[in-house]
Design a protein around this ligand. Sequence first.
Ligand code: NAP
Ligand code: GDD
Length: 336
Amino acid sequence: MKKKKAFITGITGQDGSWLADFLLEKGYEVHGMVRRSSSFNTQRIDHIYQDSHVHGVRMFLHFGDLSDSSGLFKLLHQIKPDEIYNLGAQSHVRVSFDQPEYTGEVTGIGTLKLLEAMRSACPKAKFYQASSSELYGGLDCPKKGYNEKSPFYPRSPYGVAKLYSFWAAKNYREAYGLHISNGILFNHESERRGETFVTRKITRALGRIKLGLQKELYLGNLDAQRDWGDAKEFVRGMWLMLQQKKADDYVIATGETYSVKDFLKVAFDCAKLDWKKYVKFDARYLRPTEVDYLKGDSTKARRVLGWRNETSFEQLVHRMVAHDMEMAVKEKKRDA
Ligand code: NAP
Ligand code: GDD
């Protein structure tokens, strides 16, 4: 049987790297778009080349950018993928307040550019749009959590840009009959999470504090609550959406919510340290408008896709702490 081809924007990010692992394991040929950078930005996918003696090289990287529509057209005409995963974005909520226009261009209009390229080059492909729980936040959360029918009310330029992408994806599905699905994913973390997102910022700092490489950790709002899941499990949800006959929109979430303080407690307990002695407040990490509480209701994804999450909040925190303790040990050896 002919190998399926997948095209991933954002392959160098947390989700893109897990998704590449997942699709290669399933026998796909994976094409990833990477941004040209003055230093290496492929650390999260380098292991795929190192393991290529196992699968053979079935991952191909192409330079490109979501702001460059002619490049997107060229790539999709050349690759003709069966599945497209649009994970590329300026994905940091706090940064989107500093760079609202850029975030709108990449996280919003970038999706439109990719949809237009798909419509021209490979209209039979299936398209996954990385939508976000940041579409919600400004209205009271229903008791069971936000679901696909909950009204949107974004609270940041990032959320506003994702709202544009959500509707662009839905409109292209309805207007042109294309197979396009929105995954409304709640926060998901892992040892590959970017180090400026709160969970990884905490576990990286904890490792360094434990080994005496860092004294304090500066954070913003500790009362914010998030529905935190395991990124490795969430990418399976993306793939499942594209295996359905009919495209649709799905919430992917654990249905459990914890505060930043809860995360700190579980993480610092692993290292037998009291977080209150190390964590300091810095107003720079506050947002002009905050999403205080997020909980997702993924009943539809569980029923239609058969998607499940298995990793508990504690297991996820422990895994990230264990990984970052090892990183700190290596750092200490390097500095010695
Ligand atoms: P991430 O780690 O920040 O990765 C973002 C990816 O987008 C990176 O590969 C980045 O490339 C790429 N990118 C940035 N600007 C780009 C541009 N102009 N053109 C093309 N690519 C660009 O994000 P993530 O956590 O993996 O999230 C993946 C997607 O899901 C994002 O769209 C995010 O907004 C969305 N999402 C994430 C979560 C979550 O909790 N993780 C929840 C809901 C939705 P570089 O490596 O070169 O920077
Ligand atoms: N980043 C960060 N840094 N967040 C902090 C800090 C800090 O020092 N201190 C407190 N927080 C709080 C933030 O105010 C927010 O309420 C919460 O921790 C989580 O922040 P992030 O980890 O930056 O994630 P996010 O929820 O804003 O956004 C992530 O999840 C979205 C899905 O809900 C990103 O991955 C988005 O791309 C994604 O769409």
